[in-house]
Design a protein. Structure first.
Length: 157
């Protein structure tokens, strides 16, 4: 069966919430996000992934093992009109360095051909390498939002 995407359904909301919280905690290495009084990190558009048809979330599985997730939407970081923006993406730490990230990211691009934006934090060396490697065949335009955040825009068609 191998590496595959499984669309997140409404019944999977709690699982996605829980693993997204762990991901958001990991992102505090790069962003100064604080927990709320319940120990959760704010994610303003989380519930929109279950009501907004333009948003899609996937679990990333290797065979039957959950190894990560991805969240896509069409909302631009650079005032353009992408078909897809990679809102969130992670492979869980114990499954990294097995090429899962690049392999599944290529599958995502094949499944969702069009105009893309992918944002990363310059301090996140793994993400920077992943997204630049993925985008390189498409001749991405590089947009620096500030000293820490970069957006790659490209078209896969």
């Amino acid at each position: 069966m191998g590496l595959r995407l499984v669309k997140v359904e409404a019944k999977d909301r709690d699982l996605l919430w829980n693993i997204n919280q762990k991901y958001l905690y990991e992102m505090t290495n790069f962003y100064d996000d604080l927990m709320d009084e319940n120990g959760n990190f704010h994610y303003g558009h989380f519930d929109d992934y279950f009501t907004d048809k333009k948003r899609t979330a996937y679990f990333i599985k290797n065979d039957e093992i959950l190894v990560g997730f991805a969240m896509l939407n069409p909302y631009s970081n650079i005032a353009e009109s992408p078909d897809y923006t990679m809102a969130e993406f992670t492979i869980f730490p114990s499954y990294r360095r097995k090429h899962f990230a690049l392999d599944i990211a290529k599958i995502i691009l094949e499944k969702h051909a069009g105009k893309w934006e992918i944002k990363y934090n310059e301090k996140n060396g793994g993400a920077k390498k992943l997204w630049n490697t993925l985008a390189e065949p498409y001749g991405p335009r590089v947009h620096h939002l500030n000293e820490e955040e970069t957006v790659l825009s490209f078209e896969t068609i």
